[in-house]
Design a protein around this ligand. Structure first.
Ligand SMILES: [Fe+2]
Length: 279
């Protein structure tokens, strides 16, 4: 491949996306510069990677899913995707040059429940910024495990003209549409000039023994079990002591207490005719 062929190839196909940057993206950008000690009050699930094997609490990663978050942003697949990649979790072969990189994380749906058995198909440039278009070097697919986790062993991809450092990926929950996107590295000078780059797609990257470790959680546009419906309104209140003859309303129906008791969940009037009778 000539340099000319490689000139900004992904850029040509990238649709111009105009939506604004979310607060969370700014937080993420800030976190990669200076990690916060704790995300106080976060609804994010506690993920296994936040706790080292020693039991020492690590800094929570900023990607963790919050219900109501929009799905992970889509990006162009660029010109170098090839179907039928081998199934493997390591793209590193003996003697492969480059800084070792592990990319791991979770696949979530819209309500942040993990998605098992999601297909993740990765492809990237080699250490010199070249894609293997005749074979399958630095291409591979895998499936998230029962907890929605994935882990990829690879190298830090090289740069090529017109783009910042990135890894391509397609993620698909069973029987759902494909998300095509790209993952980025913090503190890359070209992040500021690559028009495809988006901060919501930054991995959290740490230096570890023998290389680097990146984490990213995908949120797929997949509906999951909705929240349970609100309980019907009424004056019945759990924890209240009721005496015979007391009346309450529950779901627009009035009930009269038959036996003295203290109300508790599961003992709502419609469920316990021994305690409540419709008035
Ligand atoms: Fe690319």
């Amino acid at each position: 491949m000539t340099d000319q062929d490689k000139s900004a190839p992904d850029q040509a196909a990238e649709p111009q996306e105009k939506s604004g940057i979310r607060r969370k993206d700014l937080l993420k950008a800030a976190l990669v510069a200076a990690p916060l000690p704790l995300l106080v009050g976060s609804a994010a699930p506690v993920l296994a990677r936040d706790q080292a094997a020693s039991g020492v609490e690590l800094t929570p990663t900023p990607e963790a899913c919050d219900p109501g978050d929009p799905p992970t942003r889509q990006q162009t697949e660029g010109p170098y995707f090839k179907p039928n990649s081998p199934q493997r979790t390591s793209l590193v072969e003996p003697g492969t040059p480059g800084t070792r990189l592990t990319v791991s994380g979770y696949v979530f749906g819209l309500t942040c429940q993990p998605i098992p058995n999601a297909l993740l198909d990765f492809w990237q440039a080699d250490v010199n910024g070249a894609y293997d278009n005749s074979g399958y070097r630095f291409r591979g697919h895998q499936y998230s495990d029962a907890q929605g986790r994935f882990s990829l062993q690879t190298i830090v991809p090289g740069l090529y003209p017109g783009r910042t450092r990135h890894i391509h990926v397609k993620v698909q929950a069973p029987n759902n549409p494909i998300l095509t996107t790209q993952l980025y590295f913090p503190n890359e000078p070209r992040n500021n000039t690559d028009t495809i780059f988006h901060p919501s797609l930054l991995m959290t990257v740490r230096d570890v023994a023998g290389g680097k470790e990146g984490t990213f959680d995908f949120v797929l546009n997949v509906r999951q079990n909705p929240d349970p419906p609100d309980p019907p309104g009424g004056t019945w209140t759990s924890g209240t002591s009721y005496r015979p003859g007391d009346t309450v309303t529950y779901g627009d129906v009035t009930y009269r207490c038959l036996q003295a008791h203290t109300a508790s969940p599961g003992w709502e009037p419609p469920n316990v005719p021994a305690l409540w009778q419709a008035a």
